[in-house]
Design a protein around this ligand. Structure first.
Ligand SMILES: C[S@@+](CC[C@H](N)C(=O)[O-])C[C@H]1O[C@@H](n2cnc3c(N)ncnc32)[C@H](O)[C@@H]1O
Length: 266
């Protein structure tokens, strides 16, 4: 059964009850800290077309990630064949960017996280149309996945136009913040890449401050053009197109993971 949260009503639930069965293997090693699900905003939209509803009922259970109750989730084990590396997209919306990246890089595995079911259904339609076998999906709060992923297990992370939550009392809902900055740095492979884009200047300043303060990340920008110019190797996302149409100039932030000393080694 697909659970949903009424539009705009905050949902705070225990992390243990993942709603979907699907691939996922708990890796041995240090247990991930216990996490709490924090989802805000809509999870369901207008009534889904029957074909999309069927995809949620029939295809999603085969592609949905089940988070381990404890231990870490080894991301390469999620895919039906060996992959050279794994990339993660947080808040993929309708999944157009994720689908294009997965089609362009069949040698890589892709994890997409999105709690909005209509967006998930749209991505599933693309996966079915193109027969993609390198995308796995978590329909939940990305923070739960971040905490479950092992150190240095992800090659690239994309967070494109995350919800800005402009009111000061809602800033704690923002997905890019000092706590998640540390998790993003922890899960990136050395030299791995983090791409974050926003069209909200206040959120842009806050995310830049949080990411610059994270010692595991190095900002790649050398001049203003580096954060003003869209990355060329991808389609424009839906929210990016809306921002541009409204005359807002997005900020494109690219960070690389610094090599981190291995704990316990001399
Ligand atoms: C403004 S939309 C951007 C969608 C897409 N990336 C784009 O650029 O068109 C932000 C997305 O983040 C998703 N989202 C919100 N909170 C989230 C969370 N905690 N974990 C993962 N995704 C989340 C929302 O459902 C929404 O689809």
């Amino acid at each position: 059964m697909i659970s949903s949260t009424p539009c705009g009503v905050p949902s705070t639930e225990s992390a243990a009850a993942g709603p979907f069965e699907g691939p996922g293997a708990a890796a041995p090693g240090p247990a991930a800290p216990r996490a709490q699900r924090l989802l805000y905003g809509r999870r369901t939209g207008p009534r889904l077309r029957p074909a999309r509803k069927r995809l949620l009922e029939e295809l999603l259970p085969r592609l949905a990630i089940t988070l381990p109750a404890d231990g870490r989730l080894e991301p390469r084990t999620l895919f039906p064949r060996p992959v050279e590396g794994v990339r993660l997209e947080i808040g993929f919306g309708g999944g157009e960017h994720l689908e294009a990246q997965a089609r362009a890089h069949p040698e890589l595995g892709f994890i997409g996280v999105e709690p909005f079911l209509a967006g998930v259904a749209r991505l599933l339609a693309g996966i079915a149309e193109h027969g993609l076998d390198n995308i796995r999906i978590l329909v939940d709060d990305a923070r739960l996945l971040l905490r479950a992923l092992p150190d240095r297990s992800i090659r690239r992370i994309d967070i494109l136009f995350p919800d800005p939550w402009p009111k000061a009392r809602h800033h704690k809902r923002r997905i890019v913040n000092p706590a998640t900055a540390a998790e993003l740095a922890r899960i990136l492979e050395p030299g791995g890449e983090l791409r974050v884009a926003t069209d909200d200047p206040g959120y842009g300043r806050a995310m830049l401050a949080a990411l610059l303060a994270e010692p595991g990340l190095a900002w790649t920008a050398e001049r203003a053009a580096d954060w003003r110019t869209p990355w060329p190797d991808r389609p424009v996302t839906r929210y990016e197109a809306k921002a541009r149409a409204a005359g807002r100039a997005p900020l494109y932030l690219r960070f690389l993971a610094r090599p981190q000393p291995r704990s316990g080694l001399a």
